[in-house]
Design a protein around this ligand. Structure first.
Ligand code: SF4
Length: 348
């Protein structure tokens, strides 16, 4: 763009450094750029298109969730989770959204229940990270997980461009091994990602040990059933050497029995993988109930008894609606209640 304005190309490198090394939030800060270029940039481009409209911090102050408004009024969520103790190198993991809404429609997910709005651009994905990098400047960004709203592999080009931008040694320089793409099981996307020559991690939302239940929980399973999905995961490991993580969210009486744990162990037998057990978040509108802790622990023990690597994910930020799409739904409900309250006040 800079060259198309008949400006020397090195100005593009300067702008890049201001944005990704100095976290500049305005063109005025870019003191080594000619004034005319700063003025034109300010008139014709924008550094920040995401507008934080709501922010929640967990009671332990380690998890921050932001509701961003995009330039077209749509809303997305991003989360930052702090790890480590003061004095020992505190770092944070950022969970980003790849879409506003989601077309996959998982019935337990607040985002899935709201439907699909649009994909995000690579810039909008990167900007979520830059926001936290700026406001939490004293703690480096250690990990990025593409686990927020939307299916990142259904927004493949933007997701990949964002990964390459965040990975750039001239910018944030976040190692590919510290980025994880989470998918609901989009097989062509997994195959494509395996061939990129990147060391990014892959997390697959499994949630069920058989096709019939998985098709209910993750409707994409009807298109890419378990056999095809697991074959793609094995190929991903063969191509990248990265062990795949299977995410398994537990719902009471749906997928949390010892029998289902044994079935799951049989399904992944022989694969180099890890199972992440996730105690479900309660969404206001979902009929799915979180499994009680004893069921989650029992499920883990059963997997371990069958020599399957399984850990239970600590539920971060449950007190701030940290589940995907929950904050946006809550904000919409509050706005609707506010409108209803105003209408009532006008009538009385
Ligand atoms: S769980 Fe993920 S894939 Fe399923 S609807 Fe929600 S955001 Fe989409």
């Amino acid at each position: 763009m800079v060259e198309s304005w008949c400006e020397p190309g090195f100005h593009a490198d300067q702008i890049w450094r201001w944005l990704y090394c100095s976290y500049a939030s305005s063109f005025d800060e870019m003191s080594d750029l000619p004034l005319r270029l700063r003025k034109r940039l300010g008139e014709q481009t924008k550094i920040q298109t995401l507008n934080p409209v709501k922010e929640l911090t967990s009671t332990d102050r380690k998890t921050r969730k932001i509701l961003f408004q995009l330039y077209d009024g749509r809303e997305i969520e991003s989360v930052s989770m702090l790890q480590g103790r003061a004095g020992e190198g505190v770092r944070h993991t950022i969970c980003v959204s790849a879409m506003a809404g989601c077309p996959i429609g998982c019935p337990f997910c607040a985002t899935g229940q709201e439907g699909f709005e649009r994909v995000l651009s690579a810039g909008e994905i990167v900007e979520q990270v830059m926001y936290f990098a700026r406001v939490l400047r004293e703690h480096p960004v250690a990990n990025i997980v593409f686990m927020g709203m939307g299916e990142p592999l259904a927004n493949y080009d933007a997701t990949l461009k964002a990964i390459r931008t965040l990975n750039s040694p001239d910018g944030l320089n976040i190692g590919a091994r510290h980025m994880t793409v989470s998918t609901s099981g989009l097989v062509p996307g997994i195959k494509r990602l395996a061939r990129e020559g990147l060391q990014v991690g892959l997390a697959v939302s499994l949630h069920a040990p058989d096709d019939s239940l998985r098709s209910r929980l993750v409707p994409l399973n009807k298109r890419y059933p378990l056999k095809e999905l697991l074959a793609a995961c094995s190929d991903f490991f063969a191509a990248t050497g990265r062990r795949v993580t299977f995410e398994y969210t537990l719902f009471q009486g749906v997928n949390d029995s010892p029998d289902q744990a044994r079935q799951l162990a049989g399904l992944v037998r022989g694969m180099n993988c890890h199972i992440n057990l996730i105690p479900a978040n309660q969404t206001d509108s979902s009929a799915f109930r979180p499994s009680p802790v004893r069921n989650v622990v029992r499920f883990q023990h059963e997997l371990q008894r069958h020599k399957v690597n399984a850990t239970i994910r600590r539920s971060a930020g449950a007190d701030i609606h940290a589940g995907c799409g929950q904050l946006r739904n809550r904000a919409e409900t509050e706005r609707a209640n506010g409108m209803a309250h105003k209408r009532r006040s006008l009538r009385t």
